[in-house]
Design a protein around this ligand. Structure first.
Ligand code: KG4
Ligand code: ZN
Length: 349
């Protein structure tokens, strides 16, 4: 039974991480993650069928590990939450099926949640109750969005998103061009520390006057990726060495400049004084530093969860599930679908 704070088990399988988290109210008990990232490395990107198979193999051991590490029995769980979408269909199906089986076997309610809203809710585990409204900048390998969060359990409005590549995808593709391993974001971040961010003035997508009219809060990274590819090719054709650290730093600066500028613009124009940054790319050291500088200058409080909570994990799903239970939101039906293109306005399904 739910005594004070509900104990919620969260399952996340939207991409290549099998995440199982246990949360009591806003307290994180355990965050068990099994990643298939190594199996995708030689393809330079996540292969959906490989990810689905890995989820199948990892699901039961990861649930068992989470319970063992938290010192709880499955019967203690008050509710089961699961990512219903968006994400890779085959991968989502594994998590949704597992969550349904657990909910039925335990006789507990099932909460299907939106992956992006879960990236927002997770911050409560580290920094306490989320100020509402908050603007959220979510940047990962699969998504790049600016959201207005008025109620993380019920009212999340998209302000903008990438119109082509996700920010993390751009990091991964540029890393590949520079001969760095997959996933490339952390390697670009590391290389960039020794580089000059002003070495090459790469384009800032969708920041011209006309683009700001039509795509005020949207992002575009594919032109930037092409510009880096052209620059590197030209160097190679001339038989010159490619200054990897300088190119990495210049590329990274172009990405984080636009991300932070548009996030601050959204806060200002919406009259919101709180910004949350989440998703795998939020682990980027330059993004964290620039977001903090620009928010401080604009009088905006910035919240960025620690890197392990920024990347995909089960605790974020449990965190949103616990918030839904606490605020008395209705549970999902047992025919809950896995929806690869679930809109962010559907926080709970
Ligand atoms: O949230 P996440 O684990 O999974 C997705 O939903 O995609 O994000 C993974 C992405 C990858 O593209 C990875 O290269 C990027 O986050 N990433 C980074 C850093 N750490 C991870 N990008 C830039 N700098 C980093 N330090
Ligand atoms: Zn994600």
């Amino acid at each position: 039974m739910i005594a004070d704070a509900p104990l919620v088990l969260g399952i996340e399988t939207s991409c290549d991480e099998t995440g199982v988290g246990l949360v009591r109210g806003r307290e994180l008990l355990v965050d068990a993650v099994a990643s298939s990232v190594d199996e995708h490395a030689r393809f330079g990107g996540v292969v959906p069928e490989v990810a689905s198979r890995a989820h199948l193999e990892a699901m039961v051991p990861t649930v068992e590990r989470a319970c063992r590490e938290a010192g709880i029995a499955l019967a203690d769980v008050d509710a089961v939450a699961v990512t219903s979408g968006p994400g890779l269909t085959g991968a989502l199906v594994v998590g949704v099926a597992a969550a349904k089986a657990l909910a039925v076997a335990l006789g507990r309610p099932l909460y299907g949640v939106n992956h992006l809203a879960a990236h927002v809710a997770v911050d409560q585990l580290e920094h306490g109750p989320l100020p509402e409204p908050t603007v959220a900048l979510l940047v990962s390998g699969g998504h790049s969005s600016l959201l207005l969060v008025e109620d993380v359990t019920a009212a999340v409005t998209p302000l903008g998103a990438t119109i082509d590549d996700a920010a993390g995808e751009a990091f991964d593709k540029v890393a590949r061009l520079l001969g760095l391993p997959f996933p490339g974001g952390p390697h670009v971040d590391r290389e960039a520390r020794a580089g000059d961010p002003a070495y090459v003035e790469f384009p800032r997508g969708l920041t011209g006057a006309r683009d700001l009219e039509r795509h005020r809060y949207d992002f575009s990274f594919s032109g930037l990726k092409t510009a880096v590819a052209r620059w590197v090719e030209t160097r190679q054709r001339q038989g010159e060495p490619v200054p990897v650290a300088d190119v990495a730093a210049s590329f990274q600066e172009a990405v984080v400049d636009v991300l932070t500028a548009k996030a601050v613009l959204a806060c200002r124009e919406r009259g919101v004084d709180s910004l949350l940054v989440g998703g795998g790319v939020a682990a980027n050291s330059r993004l964290r530093a620039l977001a903090e500088d620009r928010c401080a200058a604009a009088g905006i409080r910035v919240r960025i969860p620690r890197p392990s909570l920024c990347t995909d994990n089960g605790a974020m799903v449990a965190a949103l599930g616990a918030e839904l239970v606490t605020r008395g939101r209705p549970a999902s039906a047992l025919d809950l679908p896995a929806d690869s293109s679930l809109p962010v306005s559907s926080v709970a399904v």
